[in-house]
Write a protein that binds this ligand. Structure first.
Ligand SMILES: Nc1ncnc2c1ncn2[C@@H]1O[C@H](COP(=O)(O)OP(=O)(O)OP(=O)(O)O)[C@@H](O)[C@H]1O
Ligand SMILES: [Mg+2]
Length: 235
């Protein structure tokens, strides 16, 4: 197994707040890691560092063996476009654009737009019948799936998701996590933040944060996943 993400002694301070302290995490290709912990424990801070939206105060970040912690802004931007698919808790959809246009806009920032690819990404998340709807005309679950389609459009190696089911009811939660199972089966590496213990347990392991410190690594390699039906916990 090869490591995609290696964090070595990552520290993040905001003034006198130690948001992250001594974080050491290695994530292998095709792993699905859940990041859990109470509010304020540093989860979003960690995700921001992983996506190069923010720089650590100290420590090293290797991506596919390359030290990305010293990247300048241009390289950071390219890294985010090419390597990472970001799924935010707040959707950041453009209200006056249709579902198809929202996905194509993300493509545009990457390279050339290709309507067929955008349609295919929307089909993958089950939104083929909603191409011309604007975000306000979509349900919460549909908006979140649109965000996932947008994150997938540039075929990123790693998907980073901050509370991807935070705003959703149980049924939509299940749809999103089944989608994640599918993406994992296709070879993606997934790092997802969740408050929900049952959902956290669906990944391969949990990284638990507490006051910016990593308190444990739980492996779940003992159980097999069958498209969302894991230990009956989301039924
Ligand atoms: N830009 C900032 N400036 C100052 N302090 C910050 C900043 N961003 C985060 N913090 C602090 O760092 C700590 C970790 O914040 P973070 O947003 O990572 O928590 P979280 O685990 O994502 O919480 P939640 O579950 O509520 O989203 C908090 O104490 C927060 O107040
Ligand atoms: Mg957060």
């Amino acid at each position: 197994m090869s490591a995609v993400v290696e964090l070595k002694n990552i520290e993040k301070r905001f003034g006198d707040v130690n948001a992250l302290e001594g974080i050491n995490i290695t994530i292998n290709k095709n792993e699905w890691v859940s990041i859990m912990g109470p509010s304020g424990s540093g989860k979003t801070t960690l995700l921001n560092i992983l996506s190069l939206m923010d720089n650590p105060t100290d420590g090293e970040y290797l991506f596919n063996g390359e030290d990305v912690s010293g990247f300048d802004e241009t390289k950071q931007l390219l890294f985010r476009r090419e390597k990472i698919g970001l799924i935010f808790q707040q959707f950041h959809l453009i209200p006056y654009l249709t579902a198809l246009e929202n996905v194509m806009l993300a493509q545009y920032y990457h390279s050339a737009t290709d309507e067929e690819d955008a349609r295919a990404a929307l089909a993958k998340v089950g939104l083929s019948h909603r191409l011309t709807h604007r975000p306000s005309q979509l349900s919460g679950g549909e908006q979140q799936r649109l965000c996932i389609a947008r994150a997938l459009i540039n075929d990123p190696e790693v998907l980073l998701a901050d509370e991807p089911t935070g705003n959703l009811d149980e049924k939509n939660e299940r749809v999103i996590f089944e989608l994640f199972f599918k993406l994992k089966a296709e070879g993606k590496t997934i790092i997802s933040i969740t408050h929900n213990r049952e959902l956290g347990a669906l990944g391969d392991r949990v990284v638990l944060l507490h006051h910016g410190r990593q308190i444990s690594h739980h492996h779940h390699s003992h159980h097999k996943h069958h498209h969302g039906k894991t230990e009956g916990d989301i039924q």
